[in-house]
Structures are given as structure tokens and as C-alpha cells.
Design a protein around this ligand. Structure first.
Ligand SMILES: [Zn+2]
Length: 280
């Protein structure tokens, strides 16, 4: 099966594992990253085949094998990965090599972590998705990375801005240096919400008519990509440093995990991001 065409992302294949990457980050030799699809794993049934969620009811051995395969495709060891513990918060956790394997080879030891950041080249950040918006952050100057999970609550809570501020505080990052990627997730075509949710978005000063459509029956379609882009701009990221996906997960449920398209009977995608300072 082929991946849907997109102008914003690179489609990659290695050993049968298909994944997307951001051209801006592929251009950096000290970055390894990718966003998984449903293709190239060993899980079966509703989890077929690249399920990276241990909490979905799939067999743990198969999920671990899927991590091993993703790691091989990305050129990293899956035992060096650290997993988030996502609950739609805006909590961020700085990790180091001492955290390797948390969530895969051993217990996490933390809860309520929707974003991870590091400047340690010996650890790979990993966050999970099935319609929610993946945010990838790279500071090419300070050599640091971050990943954040932005569902609608995380988006309204400003997790993108929180990551920029945290990278500034932890690593001395200049927001104008940061490269940010918004990976495949539910698009403005499919993210339908009702009045209480759109009212939460309206509390954001940057939320205007260009961020949603009013369907006229108490239903709205919100553009999470644009809202997140504006939040990043408000934090000082420059427009030319933001890559925005044009791939909607719900429009492509055969190759991308979508919670809404599957009614929740599904596996999970994952984003992976780490530094490679040894150039091996
Ligand atoms: Zn769609």
C-alpha cells in the first residue's frame, strides 16, 4: 500500500515500514525523526499493523516488536526511547539518557506528561496520536528537541507555546531559531465540534473567523493546524520555520490511525524525535 501524496512531508520506506518526515528536519544531519503510519508492523485485527499504543488492548509483545521495527527504520535503538503519558494536559517533562526505556522496557514512573524535551543525544522522544496534533520542535543552534501532543484541550491550553517557553528556559533557545513541524492529524475538513468546545477556542485572542467554519446547526469545523500555527507564532516562532501538514488522519484511515474514523477501535501512531551528535 502506498502513502497518500503530500507536498509538506517526505514519505519514507525502510524494510516495509512506512513513515513520514519533515523536509526541514531531514536536512539536519544531527536529527533523527519520523511519524509512523499503520504500515509495517506485526499487530493484527483492529490494530493492524503498526500499533504503537500499549494501552489499546493489543498484545504487548507485538507492540514491542513494532517499536523495534520503527527504531530500525529510523536508525535508532527502541530501548533508547522514552514514552509520554498523555492525558490532554500541557505538562512537559525534560528527559535524559537516565530515562531510556521508560514506557517500553520498564515502567514510566510518571503520569500526565503530554510533551517531552531533551538536549541529550542518547535518548529518543516518543509521543502518541490518533487524530490529535503532533508538534515536533528542533533547536538547531542549541541542539535540543521537543515533542508535544496537542488535542483540542492541549491546543486551547497552549501546549505549543509552553514548549517554546520551556525550551527557552531549559536550553537557552531563541524562539526565532526553532524549527517546528505539525504532523498528520485531524484536519479542518473533519474536526467537527459543538458549541461548548468552540467557546473554549474563542477564549484565545488569536482565534478568529479564519480558524473555523460555522455549520449553522450548533456544529463547527475547527482548524487545529491553523490554531496551533498561530500559537507558535505568538510564542515567537517565525512563519518560515513552521511546516504544516496537509494530511488529515480521518480522511486516510487505511494508512493513518484515526480515533474518529474507527470509533475508537484502533491502535496508535507515534512521533519519534532525537538528536544524533556522533554522526554515526
Ligand atoms: Zn479530513
Amino acid at each position: 500500500m502506498q502513502l497518500p501524496y503530500t507536498e509538506s512531508l517526505h514519505a519514507n520506506e525502510k524494510n516495509g515500514v512506512l513513515y513520514y518526515s519533515f523536509p526541514s528536519m531531514d536536512a539536519l544531519p544531527f536529527i533523527r525523526h519520523g511519524f509512523s503510519t499503520r504500515l509495517g508492523g506485526v499487530s493484527e485485527g483492529i490494530y493492524a499493523s503498526m500499533n504503537l499504543g500499549y494501552n489499546r488492548g493489543d498484545e504487548a509483545e507485538k507492540v514491542t516488536e513494532n517499536y523495534r521495527r520503527m527504531g530500525e527504520a529510523l536508525g535508532v535503538d527502541y530501548r533508547d526511547m522514552v514514552l509520554s503519558a498523555q492525558t490532554h494536559t500541557t505538562n512537559l517533562l525534560r528527559v535524559t539518557a537516565a530515562d531510556r526505556g521508560r514506557g517500553i522496557t520498564r515502567e514510566r514512573g510518571y503520569t500526565d506528561v503530554d510533551g517531552l524535551l531533551t538536549d541529550d543525544p542518547d535518548v529518543i522522544l516518543c509521543t502518541h496520536y490518533a487524530d490529535c496534533v503532533p508538534l515536533f520542535f528542533v533547536d538547531p543552534v542549541r541542539k535540543a528537541v521537543g515533542m508535544a501532543h496537542a488535542g483540542w484541550r492541549g491546543t486551547v491550553g497552549g501546549i505549543g507555546k509552553a514548549m517554546v517557553e520551556r525550551m527557552t528556559a531549559e536550553f537557552g533557545s531563541d524562539p526565532a531559531d526553532l524549527l517546528v513541524g505539525i504532523a498528520p492529524s485531524i484536519g479542518p475538513c473533519c474536526f467537527e465540534v459543538d458549541t461548548p468546545v468552540v467557546e473554549e477556542f474563542r477564549k484565545l485572542p488569536l482565534f478568529d473567523a479564519a480558524c473555523f467554519t460555522d455549520d449553522g446547526n450548533g456544529k463547527y469545523h475547527v482548524n487545529l493546524w491553523e490554531v496551533n500555527r498561530r500559537i507558535l507564532l505568538s510564542a515567537g516562532v517565525t512563519p518560515e520555520h513552521i511546516t504544516v501538514t496537509d494530511l488529515c488522519t480521518r480522511c486516510h484511515p487505511e494508512v493513518l490511525w484515526s480515533h474518529r474514523a474507527t470509533g475508537g477501535q484502533r491502535g496508535s501512531a507515534a512521533g519519534f524525535l532525537g538528536l544524533r551528535l556522533d554522526n554515526d
